[in-house]
Write a new protein. Sequence first.
Length: 113
Amino acid sequence: MPSYATDIQEYTADEFKKDGINIINETYVKNCQKNNDGSDEVVLSNGNIEKFGLLVWSTGVETLPFVKKMNCEKDERTGRILTDSNLRIKGLKDVYSIGDCALIEDQFYPPIA
Ligand SMILES: Cc1cc2nc3c(=O)[nH]c(=O)nc-3n(C[C@H](O)[C@H](O)[C@H](O)COP(=O)(O)OP(=O)(O)OC[C@H]3O[C@@H](n4cnc5c(N)ncnc54)[C@H](O)[C@@H]3O)c2cc1C
């Protein structure tokens, strides 16, 4: 839940723990597959494989291909175009970026309408 405020993240993590939900951070899903005994498993980028009964996918949306191709400074984690507080793209003159594809440097606004 990186797009939410820290207190909301912490509250959710606490509630999940109370419900016995195991949270695995700092890794991403590489594959979902059936293993040899026919059960379902998810392969993580940290090399671990976790079995699951129900998989709920909520990874959000990816940066647009057009934005990926743009040759300008981007946020490393999200791929969003970095701007100053006036939404000017960093390092460019009179070029602006707004909406989900933009990120004001050192500030965080969730990607919502
Ligand atoms: C499933 C889902 C549910 C959501 N629910 C909510 C909600 O309940 N409340 C809320 O506030 N927000 C919600 N959001 C987020 C909200 O939709 C976005 O924050 C908002 O639409 C961002 O607006 P935008 O104009 O930046 O981008 P977008 O609305 O994504 O518009 C980008 C546009 O650019 C076009 N485009 C892409 N590439 C090119 C190109 N090469 N040339 C020309 N055009 C191009 C696309 O077709 C699209 O029309 C939701 C998003 C999703 C995916």
